[in-house]
Design a protein around this ligand. Sequence first.
Ligand SMILES: Cc1cc2nc3c(=O)[nH]c(=O)nc-3n(C[C@H](O)[C@H](O)[C@H](O)COP(=O)(O)OP(=O)(O)OC[C@H]3O[C@@H](n4cnc5c(N)ncnc54)[C@H](O)[C@@H]3O)c2cc1C
Length: 370
Amino acid sequence: MRDKSDILVIGAGVVGGAIARELSKYKVKIILIEKENDVSYGVSKANSGVLHTGLYYPPGSLKAKLCVEGRLMFPKLATQLNVPYKLCGKHVIARTEDECKDLENLKNVGENNGVKGLKIISGEELKKQEPNIDAISALYSPVAGIIPPYLFTIASAENALENGVKILVNTKVLDIKEVDSGYKLKTTKGVFHSTIIVNSAGLYADRISAMIGLDKYKLYPCRGEYLLLDKNCSSLINSMIYPVPPKVAGVLGVHLTPTLEGNILIGPTAEFIRNREAPATTKEKIKQLIDGAKQLLPKIPLNQIIYAFSGVRSKITPPEEKDSRDFIIQEDLRNFFNLIGIESPGLTSAPAIAKMVVQMIEQNIDLTEK
Ligand SMILES: Cc1cc2nc3c(=O)[nH]c(=O)nc-3n(C[C@H](O)[C@H](O)[C@H](O)COP(=O)(O)OP(=O)(O)OC[C@H]3O[C@@H](n4cnc5c(N)ncnc54)[C@H](O)[C@@H]3O)c2cc1C
């Protein structure tokens, strides 16, 4: 037996890192296991990096609750962890009368979710804030923000490490067995034993769950491609610019996101793929991104595109379903906690997910603060 822990967290993405950090406040032995070379090598390294406010998720859902709670936690948390962030605000723009009605709906959903400060503004008002954007009207969300997702993940994991969490990279979980006193894990670095398991393996969470016989989950990988504009374009927009979301489950449409480094991100696309390890970019989707960006910002300088990349969403919603399914965060077996389908707004929600998981664990074992 290589190592024993009270709680073993599988997956050092933004969610596993936040959970390990939250747990590190208590007198328990925690191990965080990651199959890749370093933390933040999964979905958490390539996404929009947006701190969402909660416009898109059905009131009462975990996505709505955890997104709103998580977003509110970020300013303090990012400051504590010394991670840069900016509440640059966001405009969802309407270019037809029908889209203006959609903005009203988004505003209502947001307000029902407890989002503060939402305002519908005219095209003229928008022009004052965003001189390069044309629209009939826009929904303004002043508290939406941006953060480099990898920096936040690394900082959470480092803080957990400083607080005594053991982090093992290059350690892939291969099999899990239930034993009398908890769970026995076979990994590429030997056998581990833990009383409690938290499965936050992102795109592979369904496979981890299946290892223990819970094969009821299936994740549908959905690739999102991006283009990056050079920093000399930074003055083109001052806030995030989103279209009214298309009527596709969990997809927000190609948008423009300023980065803290001064670039502008264009994307993401949404394409269901078979292979989870396929972070490619394609000619077809690059064209779609350029068309989408031109609709938001007609004078976008295409010769300033300097990079293309993609990330893969871990969707629990099958491609044929219209409405996006909620996050699954539950104790599926005694002391075995599954986190499945943690797609967007998973980054924003991560700190609140961590608090929720700790509260669930607290029902089973004594958590004494250090
Ligand atoms: C295109 C795109 C855009 C997005 N935009 C946003 C956004 O703007 N705002 C927002 O809030 N959210 C956004 N998201 C969602 C957000 O990125 C995810 O919800 C979040 O990163 C999920 O984190 P995670 O820790 O669950 O997964 P991951 O980061 O994938 O972490 C899971 C980890 O588990 C490891 N692992 C898997 N299997 C094993 C194993 N067998 N043994 C050991 N380790 C294993 C993986 O290597 C990985 O590092 C976006 C996602 C995508 C794809």
